[in-house]
Structures are given as C-alpha cells and as structure tokens.
Ligand binder design. Structure first.
Ligand SMILES: Nc1nc2c(ncn2[C@@H]2O[C@H](COP(=O)(O)OP(=O)(O)OP(=O)(O)O)[C@@H](O)[C@H]2O)c(=O)[nH]1
Ligand SMILES: [Mg+2]
Length: 174
C-alpha cells in the first residue's frame, strides 16, 4: 500500500477523503495540524495557502510514497504553481473532490493539475464514494523497490527513482 500525503487548500475535502478511503461516515473535523497515520498523512489547508508554510509541505512529503494535490471541482483559483516535481521528490497525483458540486469545472482543475506535473488524476465524490475504489486500487499497487545503486543510476540519467529506464538510455549508459 502506498503511503499517501494530502495537500490542498482548506475545505478542499482532504480529511473527508481520508474518511471515504477508510470506509467511514463523513464527519467534519477541522484539521489543526498534520496528522500522520500508517497509510495517509493529512495536512491543514493553511499550509498550502501560506507562502511561509508552503516549504513545510515539501518536508512532509518525504514521509510518503505518493503526493496528492487535492483540489475541489469548484475551486475558483489555483494555489499550486507549475512543475511541483522540481522540488517534490515523489510521484505526484491529482485528486479532484466535490465532483457533485453544481459549480464544478473539472476540465479547468484537470488542466491546473497537469500543469503542476500530476502523473495521474482521479475524480471523486467523497459523499457518494464515486471514484474512491479506483483510487484505492491505485494505492494498493506498491511502487517498485530499487537498490541504492539503481537509484544512483537513475539520478545520473536525470530520471526520478520510480521511472523505468527507457531502452535508449540503457544503451547509452552501457
Ligand atoms: N459535496 C461534497 N462535499 C464535500 C466533499 N468532500 C468534502 N466535502 C465537504 O467539504 C467540507 C470540507 O471538507 P474537509 O474534508 O474538512 O476539508 P479539508 O480539506 O480537510 O479542510 P482543512 O482541514 O481545513 O484543510 C466538509 O463540509 C465536507 O463535508 C465532496 O466530495 N462533495
Ligand atoms: Mg482537514
């Protein structure tokens, strides 16, 4: 199971998502500090909303296997800059919540997430649990384990640890 780190503005639906993933009833709890569990890390939205705390998100990310940018389908503007992977050394996915909102604009949020460098984008409704099983299936797939030497080789080739070495590069590196 991949350990998931959730970041996104306050009210994006991060804590509700943790409840939906655990199969619990939704109940509102304002996240006051970063909560670390076995499979998930839930951060307060204020970290994503403040330039001063933003760096903290990058630090917490090292505790996780995959980073999720969580944005509600009806968010009016984007908090995340492009190419987050330049400073987050983990795979980044996007999770669009509140797809049931009457003000949802899913294509716009998808575009923001693609710009941010999200490898995969999931659409969920935490209330009805639509899309949750697909996300669980993704989280259940473990990331391939590589040795320290293999990690160094990928670094030398300018690849991230979880990327397979393309065949052409294999030839060059011989
Ligand atoms: N309609 C709808 N409402 C949702 C959904 N997900 C969350 N909500 C509601 O949105 C509100 C905020 O949800 P939270 O999960 O507490 O948001 P959060 O991102 O954890 O917020 P912070 O803890 O402040 O960072 C709650 O009232 C939830 O019931 C969803 O998929 N659809
Ligand atoms: Mg919360």
């Amino acid at each position: 199971m991949k350990k998931l780190f959730l970041m996104g503005r306050s009210e994006a639906g991060k804590t509700s998502l943790t409840q939906a993933l655990k199969g619990e009833e939704l109940r509102y709890i304002k996240t006051q500090y970063t909560n670390t569990g076995d499979d998930m890390i839930d951060s307060p939205g204020e970290y994503a909303e403040s330039k001063c705390f933003g760096a903290g998100l990058a630090c917490f990310s090292f505790e996780a296997d995959v980073i999720a940018v969580v944005q509600a389908a009806d968010e009016p503007y984007n908090l995340f800059g492009p190419s987050l992977h330049t400073f987050i050394q983990r795979p980044i996915i996007g999770i669009i919540t509140k797809t049931d909102s009457p003000y949802a604009n899913v294509p716009m949020i998808r575009q923001w997430m693609e710009n941010a460098g999200c490898e995969r984008i999931f659409e969920v409704n935490n209330k009805s649990r639509e899309g949750i099983d697909e996300l669980i299936a993704y989280l259940k797939e473990d990331l391939p384990k590589i040795s320290f030497e293999e990690a160094l080789e990928r670094q030398r080739l300018g690849l991230s640890e979880w990327e397979a070495i393309p065949e052409k590069m294999n030839i060059i590196s011989l």
